[in-house]
Design a protein around this ligand. Structure first.
Ligand SMILES: Nc1ncnc2c1ncn2[C@@H]1O[C@H](COP(=O)(O)OP(=O)(O)O)[C@@H](O)[C@H]1O
Ligand SMILES: [Mg+2]
Length: 268
């Protein structure tokens, strides 16, 4: 099963006693089709994580609405899996035990679940590592195990918050293709937040660009490379054109920031 995501006029304001309220996101409208893959980029602190947490039911909206399928999101849901920058594997459990953990928590560990995790570990190149402990695996392998744990839950929606930020460049590129392949096979609706513009373009069917805080969606770019992608995509002139287009949104922000630093007039 896979579901579409619909975000309508979403706003999140953080209030704290004695401090000014912080509007993290404002007026966010976003639709992601069932089984789609959408990348989200935006300056640091613009509300990307807040938006993702709201979609995952971990953060209440101040106004607006979010639906996954025809269900309004009002709290955490089992059909939504998260993955964060650090692989949050428990060090005292083996890789397989870690991947089975969500099912144990929800009292739904059965033979079918074990088989699915076994097949996913196999597919992720971790077939012989199920009995190893996280510290015995490289960073990239640990992240792959985290993806297996997330997909093992057979989620309708997969939410990824800068999952590869801590990896070296080569491992990261490999992980990009691994993730893309797992997504294409699982057909799960996926949202990926990333700092890397090439990663966003390489993986997304669309790239969403957010403004600085309060985060709004300022661009929504179709990426026309189809579902089957290889490293060749990066040699396509269209790839350079698309990354340059996404980057152009941030060049302006950087300039404003530099001018601010020098204490000069900030242009509008
Ligand atoms: N729980 C919170 N309480 C108060 N402010 C928060 C909280 N979470 C995030 N913020 C603020 O909201 C803004 C957006 O944060 P975040 O969504 O983490 O941005 P991003 O992921 O794009 O870097 C930031 O200014 C951050 O300080
Ligand atoms: Mg963040």
């Amino acid at each position: 099963m896979t579901e579409r995501i619909e975000v309508r006029d979403a706003e999140v304001v953080f209030t704290r006693k004695g401090a000014d309220p912080v509007t993290a996101i404002h007026g966010v409208d976003l639709e992601v089709e069932a089984g789609g893959f959408v990348s989200i980029v935006g300056p640091s602190g613009c509300g990307k994580t807040t938006l993702l947490r709201a979609i995952g039911g971990l953060q209440d909206l101040s106004s607006g609405s979010i639906a996954v399928g025809d269900q309004e999101v009002i709290g955490p849901q089992r059909s939504i899996s998260f993955m964060f920058q650090q692989p949050t594997l428990l060090p005292w459990m083996t890789i397989e035990q870690n991947c089975l953990m969500p099912a144990r928590l929800h009292h739904r560990l059965d033979e079918q679940y074990r088989r699915r995790v076994g097949a996913l570990l196999e597919r992720a190149g971790l077939g012989t590592f199920g009995t190893k402990y996280p510290k015995e695996l490289s960073g990239g392998m640990q992240q792959r195990a985290s993806i297996v744990r997330a997909l093992g839950q057979d989620p309708e929606v997969l939410l990824l918050d800068e999952p590869f930020g801590a990896l070296d460049a080569m491992t990261r590129e490999q992980m990009n293709f691994d993730l893309h392949q797992m997504w294409a096979r699982a057909g799960v609706t996926t949202l990926l937040i990333t700092h890397s513009i090439p990663e966003a373009v390489l993986l997304g069917e669309r790239v969403i660009v957010m403004s600085s805080r309060p985060g709004r969606i300022i661009d929504d770019i179709e990426i026309p490379f189809g579902r089957e992608r290889s490293a060749d995509v990066m040699n396509d002139p269209e790839f350079s054109r698309l990354t340059a287009h996404v980057r152009s949104h941030f060049a302006k922000d950087d300039e404003t920031a530099r001018v601010k630093e020098r204490g000069q007039l900030v242009r509008d």
